[in-house]
Ligand binder design. Sequence first.
Ligand code: ATP
Length: 586
Amino acid sequence: MLFSALAEAFKQIEAISSRAQMTARLAEIFRQAPDDAAILPYLLQGQLGPPYAAPDLGLDEQRIAQAIAAAASVSPDEVRRLYDQLGDLGLVAEHLLPSAPRPLPVQDVYTQLRQVATTVGVGAYVEKVSLFQDLLQRTGGQAARYLVRIAQGRLRLGVGDATLLDALSVAVVGSTSLRPRIARAYSLCSDLGLVASRLLTGGPDALDQIHPTPGRPVLPALAERLPSPAEIIRRLGRVIAEPKYDGLRLQAQKDGDRVWLFTRRLENVTHAFPEIVRAVRQQIIADQAILDGEAVGYDTRTGQFLPFQETARRRRKYRVEEMEARFPLRYYVFDLLYLDGQDCTPLPQRQRSERLRQIVREEPNGVISTTLQVETGDARELETFVAEMLRRGLEGAVVKRPDAPYHAGARQFSWVKLKREYREALADTFDLVVVGYFYGRGKRAKLGIGSLLGAVYAPDRDLFRTLSRVGAGLTDEEWLRLREMLDASRVATKPRRVDSEIVPDVWVEPRYVVEVIAGEITRSPQHTCGKVDRQPGYALRFPRVSRFRFDRRPEDATTENEVIEMYRMQSGHGAQANQRRNGDGS
Ligand code: ATP
């Protein structure tokens, strides 16, 4: 496929508002260019690789403007003048650069963009700008507009993973019926380019050849909620219960001497946790392995675990050694996804747990430990276990079905979490994606932010639907920090994947997730979460931000269905509480 044709497709997609039409158009692109399938998903999302390995182009606005000026042989002042007039550097490039006579293939453009991104070191900027300038000259016209947007990280076609999965299915079988198989393959490799190229060149059976492999993260399995130990035993039968650590979910991967660490957001954070890297080499008795676990910081003086926020501070690029000394970590591993050439995800939980314990060399002061486990079919015993975990300052328990496989990337009843909030009949915490904010009045007006508009994720429609306006819970400093981050992804109009009837003062790209705690869930005509036809949606009462959850992708936010389910659970609690109050409970 030629890049100019892809740019034309970008333009058409921008004009489409229905998800079904967008899926159909994307499917057509895949059908037209099966040989480019390995890179099309990245470009459609404005990226240069899968999420765990996509380099940044590394050109700021000034350098991009410099490249445009050089490509068009005009002065930087002229570019600035046009920028003021058109308000978009992409349009400036399109205006100044005529379409090149010999259009470039998508593959060549992608290779050169990667070259720009991976050119680093002394004097790299000169080389980067000149490579980008060359690319602009060799494309020009509409193609230049979209190249500039990719460079700015502003392509924003609104193509989410879920829509791409549907489109791939439609491209191959004409309907979305293949989606579960495609999604399963994707969950094992987190690379839509790999999935697309295998599927389009080898057909659906080629998807079965995709297995977990060290170097590529597996999408983490997620836990469902149930209100009580009794409910869990009733639904799951005999279970394995483990402590629920409140730290940073980390997947550790090993291949010989090489080690990788990935977050739940699929970021490669290997460099940030050198002690875990060393411990994987020393304490894991296997040549190749993929482990799932939670890293938790602790206080060396008291031996107590640190709150999540402190642990999260370790995820940084600089002054790593200093941070290691100040906030040492324990890495509690609770699952094994791959071992020496074998995909362990289809194995039952009990077997995975046993194998995991065979390959971890427990050491008195070792960084890596396996989690404590209790197996029971008795609700009271489970209750005691949860109470003990809470007493020890843990978040609660994660209860697992011994015969279930590892459901990569899915929230299923094979894992159920039990937290303090449930015992207190609170609705639990919500991970909301910030889609906009309001300026605020009074004291807050000075901060330029008074409250934020939070949304949940609706995976079936690949949309973010609003659940709450949240104006409490943060200090002035935190509000300011949040506003600065949000301003960097501010957009003029409602982002495409946002479904909202409320219009905030500022719209932002759905990127940042915050955890919100609330008194209860209510029905509300204002919010779009759960809204169908004339039925009202859902909202939160007394919401406040409890912490930033920037370790999450927007798609990891609480889902619309979870809110509906939690509302039901909460109503159940309400009924029980009323019964008790009326004295007719047992
Ligand atoms: P929460 O905010 O309640 O932690 P979550 O959205 O982060 O929820 P869930 O999948 O709903 O994630 O809950 C399970 C989470 O608990 C995992 O993501 C993991 O980070 C953490 N966890 C801590 N201990 C365990 C354990 N023993 N087994 C599985 N997950 C655990």
